[in-house]
Design a protein around this ligand. Structure first.
Ligand SMILES: Nc1ncnc2c1ncn2[C@@H]1O[C@H](COP(=O)(O)OP(=O)(O)OP(=O)(O)O)[C@@H](O)[C@H]1O
Length: 445
């Protein structure tokens, strides 16, 4: 990606010289002859560096520097002043400019300053991204073959720019995985922009995505950037894409195909280079079949598909996930007894990892200092109703149902410990794993 530079300078000759000199070095330079023009360009696009003259026909460049820094914008700024304006240059540095040069411009000196400031900008963004990342939770993958595959595909997704579609029930970690993919990749220093498509309908959703020009609708008193623009060079995460209304689906498909879009009420075509990650708990195949979701859009977003299995289909991971979450919640001293493991194992976790985290959090609050989780867990799972131990029903059952129930009961009895359960069932560990997988594939486990 070419570094995008905004040159704000009212002298056309100086602009011409700078553009000619730096375009051959692989920089993409946009020109503005006034503050108003600069503000318009900055509303449309993100720049990696700004070169600004202090005295402009419609105002003072210092005001722009102040506004950028107040808005916590880290873009590096180089100030250009006349030789006699040194006090102004000092003031510009106090306002947050990164460097200054005097006119007439010495191009090799500007070239060095440009390279250094760009490097500084990258370092600042990386440090911000690292801080953001540190605040976020780590992600737990798990050791079951299904989750190993998830991890493998997710790693492959990190290394390329194709759209990713993450499916799975609520609370399985779709949002977390989307963030993880963004943070591991080369776009991590730019924004991760998240939008839940089920929360907004029709025009509201397209306004949010594509932005709007001033006057496009009654309360639009200024130009508004869309999230597609904010995600430029970063990632755009569209959660619950299955709920996107059909008119927005058509607009979004056009953006993916043409790589351009228009703000609401605007005629100008805009560009944004974002990495697309989508998630849904819906069955998009079924949605396509009954016309609720566009097949062509589905093909576009489904290049890399990652399905996160629900917790009940990977019970073998339960003890490790529990320990992981307890660590995360600061309860490193809690020991998982076989009884607690059995309890966790005998519940289906319809809310998946989110529910498990909430249950553990609540249980820890109810546990007296130095106490064990046991009793509080019983009251927190399943709204205080102790989960029933798995037992054979009085209804007639198939052999497969009986076998499934028996395997689950034995695993629960041994706190999800596959070794112990296999011994009790007189099976080898490998056979038990194979049997579990087989029952799952048949929809029994
Ligand atoms: N792999 C994981 N490792 C650690 N914690 C997880 C993991 N997956 C989910 N969680 C926990 O569950 C919570 C919910 O995760 P997330 O929002 O990513 O799920 P989701 O599948 O996107 O849910 P929804 O479909 O309801 O939006 C997270 O905030 C985190 O606490």
């Amino acid at each position: 990606m070419k570094p995008q530079i905004l040159l704000i300078e009212d002298c056309a000759v100086t602009r011409f010289g700078v553009v000619r000199y730096f375009s051959k070095d692989g920089y993409q330079i946009s020109e503005a002859g006034s503050l108003a023009e600069a503000t318009r360009l900055m509303a449309e696009r993100r720049f990696d560096l700004i070169i600004i003259d202090v005295n402009l026909p419609d105002g003072n460049g210092l005001d722009l520097i102040r506004a950028e820094r107040e808005a916590q914008n880290l873009v590096p700024i180089i100030v250009v002043t006349g030789a006699g304006d040194i006090p102004l240059a000092v003031e510009a540095m106090q306002c947050g400019a990164d460097n200054f040069l005097t006119k007439p411009l010495d191009m090799p000196a500007l070239s060095i300053s440009l390279a250094k400031s760009l490097e500084l900008g990258t370092l600042k963004r990386q440090s911000m991204a690292r801080k953001r990342m540190e605040k976020q939770l780590g992600i737990f993958f798990g050791a079951t073959p299904a989750m190993q595959e998830v991890q493998q595909v997710a790693r492959m997704a990190v290394d390329n720019a194709h759209p990713v579609l993450i499916t799975g029930e609520t609370g399985t970690g779709k949002g977390m995985l989307a963030k993880w993919i963004h943070q591991q990749g080369c776009r991590a220093q730019y924004e991760f922009v998240e939008l839940n498509c089920s929360s907004l309908r029709g025009e509201m959703l397209s306004r949010e995505l594509f932005g709007a020009q001033r006057g496009a609708y009654t309360s639009a008193d200024q130009d508004r950037r869309g999230l597609v623009d904010v995600a430029d060079r970063g990632s755009l995460f569209l959660d619950e894409i299955g709920d996107m209304s059909s008119e927005v689906q058509a607009q979004f498909l056009k953006l993916l195909e043409d790589k351009t879009y228009r703000r609401l009420g605007d005629v100008k075509l805009l560009k944004s280079d974002f990495r697309l990650i989508c998630a849904t708990h819906r069955d998009l195949h079924a949605f396509c079949a009954d016309g609720q979701f566009r097949q062509d859009l589905f093909y576009r977003i489904n290049l890399i598909h990652i399905h996160l299995p629900p917790l009940r289909e990977r019970r073998e991971d339960l003890p490790a996930i529990t320990s992981y979450l307890l660590n995360l919640l600061g309860a490193t001293d809690q020991v998982l007894t076989d009884e607690v493991r059995g309890l966790l194992f005998s519940y289906d976790w319809p809310g998946n990892i989110r529910e498990m985290r909430n249950v553990l959090e609540r249980a820890l609050l109810l546990t007296p200092p130095g106490g064990t989780l046991r009793h509080s867990l019983f009251s927190c799972i399943n709204g205080g109703q102790r989960p029933c131990p798995i037992h054979l029903s009085a209804e007639p059952q198939t052999v497969q149902q009986v076998e499934t129930a028996h395997i689950q009961a034995v695993l629960a009895q041994h706190g999800g410990n596959v070794d112990k359960a296999a011994k009790a069932l007189n099976l080898s560990r490998a056979t038990l794993y194979r049997r579990l997988k087989q029952l799952r594939d048949e929809g029994g486990c």
